[in-house]
Write a protein that binds this ligand. Sequence first.
Ligand code: ATP
Ligand code: MG
Length: 425
Amino acid sequence: MKTKSIRGMNDILPEATATWRHVESIVCDVIESYGYEQIRLPILEHTEVFARAIGEVTDIVEKEMYTFRDRNDKSLTMRPEATAGMVRAGITNGLFHNQRQKLWTLGPMFRYEKPQKGRYRQFHQFDVEAMGYPGPDVDAELMIMCARMWERLGLKRLRLEINTLGSPETRSRYREELVSYFSVVKSQLDEDSIRRLKKNPLRILDSKNPDMQTLIEAAPIMTDCLDDASSAHFEGLKSHLDAASVPYKVNPRLVRGLDYYNLTVFEWITDALGSQGAVCAGGRYDGLVEKLGGRQTPAIGWAMGVERLVALYEGSGGAPGTSAPDVYVVAVGDKAFSAGLSAAEKLRDRMPGIVVALNLGGGSFKSQLKRADKSGAALAVILGEDEVERNEAGVKPLRSAEDQVSVALDELTDVLAGHLARQGK
Ligand code: ATP
Ligand code: MG
């Protein structure tokens, strides 16, 4: 029996999930405040969905996918990203026929990468996509909503980089320029880049190999090949960002690691997480719906790494989420336990949002009070045979110097509700 976990696949333990859920709920709130609706998608798709969408000559498809044959010999893949599945789902369910969609999802993604800090084999992404909107207004909205999230989460060290990949025509002109540039210096290219030179030269710009960076720096830039419509789209985006006072930098080397992008691409980057600095990234993919068998539908979206976002939140002093109970019920003896159980249920009826931990498994007053203290609860309710005999309970504030008081059992819920209200619950 193997009790080891799989490399790069993490258990997210209770002490972490409270913070995760706090961060996730803020992100959800902001996304939904812009009118995006949640969609939930399968983790498995037919392999060709990803191969065709992401592009055969990309790191993801060449090296990182978890692909296997099912019992019927079909090739299936565990999703490495959400966009391809989202588009597939839209086509399957007819969501793009004369309709516009603003959708989001959240869940685990799988990539066979080299695990390190901020880079795992199972990781989580928020994914937001808008389908049916051709203009730069939605491009801007998708970035502006991120700025609002950083604000709500108190994150300061994120900067926005944008670029345009132009139209398919721009891209093929640019492709030729890149091929002639890199062909001249072919002897200095690494193995991956030589292979990409023929099949997918833009991918060379996305290389992570430090030895390649000087060559990449000196390569021709896309902006010089732009057609008028692409330039107008990019100018539109910039003016909307300016209007919303969201600062950005144009980075002409930004190409992104997937093949399906055109026009706008962008990344939110931080210098606070070492080399895994991309927190949120996305772009426009006007050709993807058609490529996967649907009608031509303009679309744009982004994906955000939750592990990196949570790390950034913790590193910037964000308050940890809490799963500590509000009230811990100490009850010694059978009668006291019954009274405690009924008091706990009444309190949950009255205040559905609060957390009541009833001491389970018995124990002396001393040991139960120790557990109450360790739980982090704000208040303990104390019930012994004597108290119950008198129809009373003790209420003991655990986080302040206030004294324990005795209250009548039928007033207990009111008293606790009053205490918790004073704490803003
Ligand atoms: P990177 O350049 O770091 O490899 P990427 O360009 O491959 O990122 P995308 O496919 O655009 O990333 O995914 C969007 C976001 O998902 C990234 O910005 C990052 O925050 C997160 N992400 C991607 N891969 C991983 C991973 N293996 N582990 C944790 N988070 C990841
Ligand atoms: Mg990657």
